[in-house]
Design a protein. Sequence first.
Lengths: 159, 78
Amino acid sequence: MAEVPPPANVTAAETGDIFLVSTEPIEPGALQARVVDPTWGGLASFFGVVRSPNRGVIVHHIDYEGYQEMIVTQMRQVATALRAEADLGRILIAHRLGRLVPGDVSIAVVVASPHRSDALTACHRGIDLSKELLPVWKYEVGADGSNWVAGSSRASQPL
Amino acid sequence: MKVTALLFAQFRVAAGRNRIELELPPKATVRGVADRLETDLDVDLSGALCAVDERFSDPDAPLCGGETVAFLPPVSGG
């Protein structure tokens, strides 16, 4: 496994947005509590969970590797893109690294907004953008052996 | 000029290291860093996404020295 850096726990001063990268478990209720506020009448959440079976094969675990500093930079980019499209309250994006087993939460996107449609749309867009932009890689170990999971190159022009 | 190069996931494994400090000629590009790594470390970086100081970058972007240049396999987070 790759070295896992110390956790990042960043709150953007200007927006209150929260960006988390850690090997510790992601607790959905605890994260939602950091975003909820009566000012914003809607809260939309997405939690990604390690899947098994994946493509019909039992998964034992996944080792998540990440470029920690850039993950936080790109989380900020995602939040900026979401804010450009809708009237939003607080945004929280979290990604877990290290060894996860099926059922563990790997990623969270939580968005608050005064309006439900903005919250739901931004949450959906937020997870899609996160999967394109966050520098994270999965090494999956399962019943059929192990492999790096195929990824996305949408973020920029590859070599 | 000096740059710091970072490799992740498959590239890190293939190269046997994740970080290398390089001395490059003036006006080197991101692609020039990749070429140097491929020669020095016997690693194939084709298909890599490039990042300069934590932002995605065009492979032909020029460097001025002091940057951190990362080569990333296609990303698969979430």
